[in-house]
Design a binder for this molecule. Structure first.
Ligand SMILES: NC(=O)c1ccc[n+]([C@@H]2O[C@H](COP(=O)([O-])OP(=O)(O)OC[C@H]3O[C@@H](n4cnc5c(N)ncnc54)[C@H](O)[C@@H]3O)[C@@H](O)[C@H]2O)c1
Length: 350
């Protein structure tokens, strides 16, 4: 039996996930929900168009044949459709009631990062998931890259000393993104992927001390997020690190090599760089090994989620809600630290 999937939010990210789902024979896109209902039809058309430009004939047929029901309200979608799983793909400020409704309905839950905007909200959702035993997955697709898996394997049991997660990029077009109370800011919203890779490869974080400021995009109307931030991180295992992030690059400006979105790790007798889905290992005596990422990590994530819903076997999910919440917590602690001008220890004082 195919896994029947619904989506809440029919924006850009949902289109990306639907493009994967039409490639998965065991997935059926059964419903879409958006307060702006015409966006549901637009999403379907974009998926048909984009799939049609490819060569996967079965996916083209599935995209043509899909006939999801459209809803303006998640409760009506849950009442009106027989679903196995729901993807939540919303601007960050909308998290909360929608997840609780899906969990109450007993559906498997896929949440796009960031999982929430406050720790209180994230903890409530996580507790609800645990009480109901609902299967969950958070959209940290980089974990599914074969290169990231190779890096994680090579780092297992090796002492790690220094970790750097850096991202230099531009301002995304979605209007809510530049508003602090809607997106949480660029570290919580975007560089969360780098922070997640840090955690996935180097372990849990103990404390952070962050600075953030708005200095380069002061002429952008309506922008109130920091456009540069930098944090010093201490890991539970004793490693130290840096998180640095800007969204101030102009279109076409380009960023220096290997900092568009990269994690660098200095471990015992080995330096690892994960960037653009590839891993590079630098070893003593000038040895250097490149491990290119193979396949499509986002598709692998969606395949793992659909398989888990179908079989009940959760081991293929590399970031469940609890794990996604821990990554959010590090970025949230950085936000608080910058605001308070002092160190924040994970789990303390908020
Ligand atoms: N993993 C990734 O690489 C990645 C990439 C892009 C976006 N994302 C995440 O996906 C999420 C959505 O981003 P997006 O770019 O698709 O945003 P978007 O603005 O394109 O789409 C969001 C949609 O949600 C709808 N919406 C708002 N409130 C709603 C409600 N109460 N009920 C139903 N629909 C509602 C909006 O009308 C809009 O169509 C964000 O959390 C973002 O961080 C993840």
């Amino acid at each position: 039996m195919a896994v029947r999937v619904g989506f809440v939010g029919a924006g850009g990210r949902t289109v990306r996930e639907m493009l994967d789902l039409v490639q998965i024979p065991d997935a059926e896109i059964a419903a879409l929900c958006d307060i702006d209902v015409p966006r549901c039809q637009q999403a379907v058309e974009r998926v048909r168009d984009r799939t049609g430009q490819g060569t996967n004939q079965e996916a083209i047929e599935r995209a043509g044949a899909m006939n999801p029901a459209f809803f303006a309200d998640v409760l009506r979608m849950l009442d009106g459709t027989d679903l196995d799983a729901v993807y939540v793909s919303l601007p960050p400020f909308v998290h909360g009631e929608i997840e609780h409704a899906i969990i109450d309905a007993g559906k498997a839950l896929f949440v796009e990062k960031p999982v929430a905007l406050t720790m209180a909200e994230a903890r409530e959702i996580e507790q609800h998931i645990r009480e109901k035993g609902v299967l969950s997955c958070v959209g940290y697709q980089s974990r599914y890259s074969t290169a990231v898996q190779a890096a994680r394997e090579r780092l297992t049991g090796v002492p790690i000393g220094l970790v750097v997660a850096i991202r230099m990029g531009g301002l995304p077009g979605t209007p809510w993104w530049r508003v602090q109370s809607r997106s949480g800011g660029m570290l919580i919203e975007q560089h969360t992927h780098g922070v997640d890779l840090m955690r996935y490869l180097a372990g849990d974080v103990q404390s952070v001390f962050a600075y953030a400021n708005t200095v380069l995009l002061t002429d952008v109307p309506g922008l109130d997020i920091a456009d540069v931030n930098s944090a010093t991180v201490r890991f539970v295992n004793g490693a130290v690190g840096t998180i640095a992030n800007t969204c101030a690059l102009q279109p076409g400006q380009g960023s220096p090599p290997n900092v568009a979105g990269a994690v660098h790790i200095v471990a015992k007798n080995m330096t690892v760089m994960v960037s653009a889905g590839n891993a590079t290992f630098m070893l003593p005596e000038r040895r250097r090994e490149e491990v290119p990422g193979e396949g499509d990590a986002n598709l692998s994530m969606n395949q793992a989620f659909i398989r888990a819903v179908q079989t009940g076997e959760r081991s293929g999910i590399l970031s469940d809600y609890t794990d996604g919440m821990k990554t959010f917590e590090v970025t949230y602690a950085c936000h608080l630290s910058a605001e308070r001008g002092q160190e924040v220890r994970i789990g303390e004082g908020y």
